[in-house]
Design a protein around this ligand. Structure first.
Ligand code: MRU
Length: 351
């Protein structure tokens, strides 16, 4: 394993993002010089995946503050509030976005209360965005360690969407972190990657990043998983999450719920891997999680190729919610939480 994929980076001139829309055929880095560019990068899926969106949001706020021209802390505060509103309006489901915005706002308020100057606050915000990034990578390392221990040697693990290094601050990933953790522990693991229609994160991104790390991967279409599970070809399912409600209901990429139902039917453990920044104790249940709906063209087209008749009715929900009774365990940087999640998740925050 190379363990070297980092999808977003801070640079003196702005925020660098690996353009995930072009993978796997092109590896192109963009340099985003304003907070508006970063917000657009999140909205347009240059960067995607809940923890990666959170890290990017923090960098976007730091960049916006850095570009602020003025000397009054009160004016900087107004500017930061506005920047946060713009970034908050990009994607609604991944709570890591809102978690990062809250944290950056708190960092600003602390610096202001300590009487720091505008130039000092700018540096404090850059430092905190970098700290959010470092902490995210460390969380994924711990998820990899705890999760890897749950996977048996010689297992075939099915995953949905891309919950890898590309979807986080980098290096390990959440679901793919668990797989990398098991490999790091000396186990022989084979991965089955659902292609993940309509946006094909599994085919384009998961397949690419596992191949980069020399982890054997077989790509399937989303409708093949039941057949393969029935034949005994899957030993565990591991997915990431965009938001976990206080009761352990899990929002993740559309199609995750179907996989969880199939796993239950076939007695296969269904694991969710996510940092605590993905757990939203303010959402009592999955019904309270906002579900993003995206452009119809993602369903009717693949890139520029039209598949469906002009004008056909389309639904394009980007996420679904898997009820907690289908979840075998939730792996975070604090360890392995099991039902009842209302207690076990809360305990991890208090740990
Ligand atoms: O629409 P996306 O590509 O941002 O959706 C990503 C997912 O659903 C991931 O599984 C989730 O964010 C977890 S990433 C570690």
């Amino acid at each position: 394993m190379k363990l070297n994929i980092i999808p977003v980076k801070w640079a003196d001139e702005g925020v660098q993002m690996l353009d995930q829309r072009l993978l796997p055929t092109e590896e192109k880095w963009l340099l985003l010089k304003t907070y508006n560019d970063v917000a657009k990068g999140i909205k347009d899926m240059v960067v995607r995946g809940a923890p990666a969106i959170g890290v990017s949001a923090a960098y976007g706020i730091a960049l916006g503050a850095k570009n602020f021209v003025g000397t009054a802390v009160a004016d900087l505060e107004d500017e930061i509030d506005y920047i946060c509103d713009v970034i908050a309006a990009t994607r609604p489901t991944a709570v890591n976005l809102f978690w990062a915005i809250d944290r950056m706002k708190r960092t600003f308020q602390k610096a202001k209360a300590e009487g720091k100057s505008v130039s000092e606050i700018k540096q404090i915000l850059v430092d905190d965005a970098k700290a959010i990034h470092d902490e995210d990578i460390e969380s994924q390392r711990l998820i990899a360690k705890f999760g890897g221990e749950l996977i048996d040697d010689n297992s075939t693990v099915l995953t949905h969407c891309n919950a890898g290094a590309l979807a986080t601050g980098g290096v390990w990933g959440t679901a793919l972190g668990v797989i990398r953790g098991a490999v790091d522990q000396g186990k022989h693991i084979t991965v089955i990657a659902d292609e993940t229609r309509p946006y094909l994160q599994g085919a384009r991104l998961t397949a690419w990043e596992l191949m980069e790390d020399d982890i054997p991967v077989t790509l399937i279409t989303d409708n093949m998983s039941g057949h393969i599970m029935k034949k005994g070809g899957v030993h565990a399912v591991v997915v990431g999450s965009d938001r976990i409600a206080a009761n352990g209901d899990v929002a993740n990429k559309i199609g995750t719920y179907m996989v969880a139902v199939l796993a239950k039917r076939h007695g296969i453990p269904f694991y969710v891997a996510a940092p605590l920044s993905t757990v939203d104790l303010n959402c009592p249940t999955g019904d309270d999680i906002p579900i993003e709906e995206r452009d119809r063209a993602e369903v009717t087209h693949v890139k520029d190729n039209q598949l469906a008749p002009e004008g056909v009715g389309v639904s394009n929900y980007a996420f679904d919610v898997t009820p907690n009774d289908l979840v075998t365990a939730i792996i975070t940087e604090k360890g392995v939480a099991r039902a009842p999640y209302l207690e076990s998740l809360k305990a991890q925050f208090e740990d």
